[in-house]
Design a protein around this ligand. Structure first.
Ligand SMILES: NC(=O)c1ccc[n+]([C@@H]2O[C@H](COP(=O)([O-])OP(=O)(O)OC[C@H]3O[C@@H](n4cnc5c(N)ncnc54)[C@H](O)[C@@H]3O)[C@@H](O)[C@H]2O)c1
Ligand SMILES: [Zn+2]
Length: 455
């Protein structure tokens, strides 16, 4: 009571584009009286019967929704069972003193007597512990849970509990395996059936590398691939999960900053072809994404900068200085932002395109450089400059945090490469939020592109 379930639930539902159901409101609508009146006229026992029915109808709905339960709803064993079967259940924690301060005098039938209120709090506590899959302190936590994402220092250690009783094939690459492989193997415990290596870096995203892995795997269909590594590794291992036996479940365990704020989230998997990056792939949402920001401690500084480009992009889209946060919180907030966009538009038929802010220019510069000599992060930093200028915004944040340096590439080649992207339109920042598919005069686009290229 008083934890703010309804407010948080409504905000999370809006962010992930799902309906919001407040069970107490539903009961009031059906009974055409307030909960207080129901309690007064028909007593708590009868209210609990109505509540159980309302919980059942909300949880049985075929439409995925965010549902706020009344504080006492978990008192029903039948409701607890349904929650376990049908829902991801989050506890919104609140201490008893705050709960009492917020609830007293509000006319709630069970918040009239302080001693009674405190006793109720204590008796309900073990039920919450029993039924909750996780705790939600804010709407971001709800969004993350809805996307199957677990973020937290030490999260890797809890990986096995997320999908118990399955056989795991750990897929990683030599560099990450050398640093974090032992911890991952301990975390997977007796569930670990085999360990496989893809090459480090973009080499993992080749037909030859994934073909070798297809041959190596001996997983039953219920077996689960655990992808441990940066974005290249999760892209390739996720693609193998999407294709092996026509698709097996996978856990994404991103270890780089790029992976934790971007690549490990959202279910896009891909490999490269000589003609271009990410040309073959599949949408295959991981059953769980486990993000442990403590793994970033071993990340080299230049790899961190690669990730910061995506962090700045995310902060610009979210209109919040997410880059100022300490690592664990920065990762949690960025991951939640991307997860919400992807849940609203899982197959990129519309607004998911906003995640490409700055990327039209970035891809053109990378292609013009032949994917050599300019990293994705450096190219994104430049691309953000162009997108901000075309949006009529200050570029100060990008200059300060990413210090982009103009690249020496062939201007015509860059312009030709951009031609492929610009037909679909640009992503720009508007007063009402990011816009995608924005058409601008070619001269303006060309002028901005040229300004990113050194003579
Ligand atoms: N699927 C998507 O939605 C999506 C989104 C963005 C990027 N991507 C892809 O992600 C890839 C780039 O990701 P990346 O930058 O993580 O590349 P990466 O996987 O090549 O990792 C970069 C380097 O960091 C090392 N590394 C990773 N984690 C480490 C750790 N904890 N400690 C020390 N070293 C570590 C790796 O060994 C590698 O050398 C690209 O292929 C890109 O296409 C995919
Ligand atoms: Zn990017």
């Amino acid at each position: 009571m008083g934890a703010g379930k309804s407010v948080l639930g409504e905000e999370a539902a809006r962010r992930i584009g799902r309906p919001f159901v407040d069970v107490d409101r539903r009961i009031e609508e059906h009974a055409v009286v307030t909960i207080s009146e129901l309690f007064a006229r028909r007593g708590e026992t009868e209210f609990r019967v109505l509540e159980e029915e309302a919980v059942r109808s909300a949880l049985r709905s075929s439409q995925p929704s965010v549902i706020a339960l009344g504080g006492g709803a978990v008192g029903s064993a039948a409701s607890r069972r349904l929650l376990r079967e049908r829902a991801i259940t989050l506890e919104v924690p609140i201490d008893v003193d705050t709960a009492w301060e917020r609830s007293r005098g509000g006319g709630r039938p069970l918040a009239r007597d302080e001693t009674e209120f405190r006793r109720l709090y204590e008796t309900r506590r073990p039920l919450y512990e029993d039924v909750a899959d996780a705790k939600a302190r804010d709407a971001d936590d709800i969004v993350l849970a809805a996307a199957g994402i677990h973020v937290g220092l030490g999260a890797l250690g809890h990986v096995r509990g997320l999908t118990p009783d399955v056989a795991f094939a750990l897929v990683s690459e030599p560099h990450v395996l050398g640093i974090h492989g032992a911890a991952a193997q301990v975390a997977l415990g007796p569930g670990l059936a085999s360990v496989h290596e893809l090459p480090t870096g973009e080499e993992a995203k080749t037909v030859a590398a994934v073909e070798r892995l297809w041959h190596e795997l001996r997983l039953p269909r219920a077996g689960t691939i655990v992808a441990l590594g940066g974005g290249a590794l999760t892209d390739a291992a996720g693609f193998v999960a999407a294709t092996y036996l026509r698709g097996v479940p996978w856990l994404s365990v991103p270890t780089s900053l790029v992976g934790q704020v971007d690549a490990g989230i959202g279910g896009k998997t891909a490999i490269d072809l000589p003609a271009g990056k990410n040309l073959v792939g599949a949408f295959h949402w991981p059953v769980r994404t486990v993000i442990d920001p403590s793994l970033l401690a071993t990340l080299p500084e230049h790899e961190r900068r690669e990730g910061m480009a995506e962090v700045v992009k995310t902060g610009l889209l979210a209109v919040e200085p997410l880059w100022e946060l300490p690592d664990a919180e920065l990762v949690r907030r960025c991951a939640a932002f991307k997860a919400a966009v992807c849940l609203r538009d899982p197959r990129e038929s519309g607004e998911r395109a906003i995640l490409n802010l700055g990327h039209t220019f970035a891809h053109a510069l990378e292609a013009a450089a032949g994917y050599d000599g300019v990293t994705h992060g450096q190219a994104v930093a430049l691309g953000l400059l162009a997108a901000l200028r075309l949006s009529g915004r200050s570029t100060a944040v990008v200059e300060e945090l990413l210090a982009p340096r103009r690249v020496r590439v062939d201007r015509e080649r860059a312009w030709a490469a951009l031609g492929r992207d610009k037909k679909t339109g640009l992503v720009l920042l508007g007063d009402e939020g990011p816009r995608w598919d924005v058409q601008l005069p070619e001269d303006d686009i060309r002028r901005e592109l040229d300004s990113l290229i050194a003579d």
